[in-house]
Design a protein around this ligand. Structure first.
Ligand code: HEC
Length: 360
């Protein structure tokens, strides 16, 4: 059996991987020997006993020859991952060396999760959450971007926001880390990575939900709020190009320029074809607008009362105008009579299909 394990993988540089044969020289191929005549037979130890022994060496404790092992288990080594590797190695008959790609992915995942776990343990939820969330999201993104299998397996669409406290996050990271320690196949490793990336997605979505509450929609304020603002917003050149008038075989284009004193000048061309090439007539527009108050159209949505004084004869008609957007207005039909106040007495119909005029 070839003895190339993942041991000590967490914080050792990649180049040390092939060095794992050194355990074998003292402990035997299957950890079946008493190393240097003094150690226990590691083969007969449980995983938690192995981990406890390694933690002991890390803390400077052990038997008469502890110095030998203290060198092996230097400060950087993650004993969880190391114990899992040793245990798996001992208990997997015919253990075949994982390929370099798997070793890289596992080592990288353990290393990242180890760092995050340590940081989470120390973190103060009040002060450090942004930093730690950033760390989690960034590492999840790295894993996700690197690995096509992970990208395929993670389904972002089913992840939902779900408020989580630090201890819960720590539990989930620790679970993904332990799972990774015990992963010796691509499938097992992938499952742990999915769990971690899903956790990161939940944290992202939680952040978005929080921000949503802070960022209030501002749309309303783009639209005029007072008659003065409405008048100001109407200044400019408004066009609507080649639209069906609603009458059979009739299309029209219009262009009207409104100046600051609310004079409107322009015209409307009528056509008999939907490409607006065959013009049938033209009507010049010349009138003055006066804004009234803002009420509602027949569809219950906001619209302004507006009076039009038309042409040289100064014929007065009553209509309603809606700012569908800051640069798009729709005008209802006009009527010659009204009682001076109620929208019922002026034409207030807005057809959902009307596009209205836009300003450039
Ligand atoms: C130079 C010889 C040597 C090498 C190399 C070596 N060990 Fe050890 N190991 C020992 C000795 C000696 C002990 C007992 C130390 C003591 O007195 O506590 C020991 C103890 C252990 C123990 C605890 C067993 C007990 O007695 O409680 C474990 C687990 C272990 N080694 C794992 C490893 C792993 C994994 C590697 C490779 C990364 C490794 N060792 C490399 C010599 C070695």
């Amino acid at each position: 059996m070839k003895k190339t394990m993942l041991i000590g993988l967490t914080l050792l540089p990649l180049s040390l991987l092939a060095d794992m044969d050194r355990c074998v020289s003292c402990h035997g191929v299957d950890f079946e020997k008493k190393a240097l005549g003094v150690s226990k037979v590691v083969k007969n130890m449980t995983e938690s006993q192995i981990k406890a022994a390694l933690d002991g060496y890390k803390a400077g404790k052990g038997g008469s020859k502890k110095e030998v092992m203290m060198k092996e288990v230097n400060v950087g080594v993650d004993t969880d991952a190391m114990a899992a590797d040793v245990y798996n190695e001992i208990h997997t008959p015919g253990f075949t060396e994982p390929d370099a790609e798997f070793i890289f992915k596992k080592r990288r995942t353990v290393r990242g999760l180890f760092k995050i776990k340590q940081a989470l343990k120390k973190a103060d939820p009040k002060q450090d959450s942004q930093k730690i969330f950033g760390q989690i999201k960034s590492f999840a993104f790295d894993l996700y971007t690197y690995d096509p299998a992970l990208r395929k397996a993670v389904n972002a669409r089913t992840t939902k926001a779900q408020p989580m406290k630090f201890p819960t996050i720590l539990d989930r990271v620790a679970a993904a880390k332990t799972g990774t320690d015990h992963s010796f196949t691509d499938e097992a490793l992938l499952k742990c990575q999915i769990d971690f990336v899903t956790l990161a997605q939940t944290i992202s979505l939680n952040g978005a939900e929080k921000l949503k509450k802070k960022i209030k929609p501002k749309e309303k304020h783009h639209l005029p709020q007072t008659a003065d603002e409405a008048a100001k917003a109407l200044v400019g050149t408004w066009t609507q190009i080649c639209y069906p008038t609603g009458k059979p075989n009739e299309w029209a284009s219009k262009k009207v320029t409104v100046t600051e004193d609310m004079h409107a000048k322009g015209g409307m061309q009528f056509y008999s074809d939907d490409k607006c090439t065959k013009q049938t007539k033209e009507i010049k527009a010349f009138y003055t607008f006066t804004f009234g108050k803002v009420t509602k159209g027949d569809d219950g949505k906001e619209a302004w009362e507006i009076d039009k004084v038309i042409g040289k004869k100064k014929k007065k008609v009553y209509a309603m105008l809606r700012f569908a957007e800051a640069n798009r207005v729709i005008i209802s039909g006009a009527t010659k009579t009204h009682d001076g106040s109620s929208p019922e007495k002026r034409k207030n119909h807005f057809d959902a299909s009307w596009e209205g005029c836009t300003k450039q």
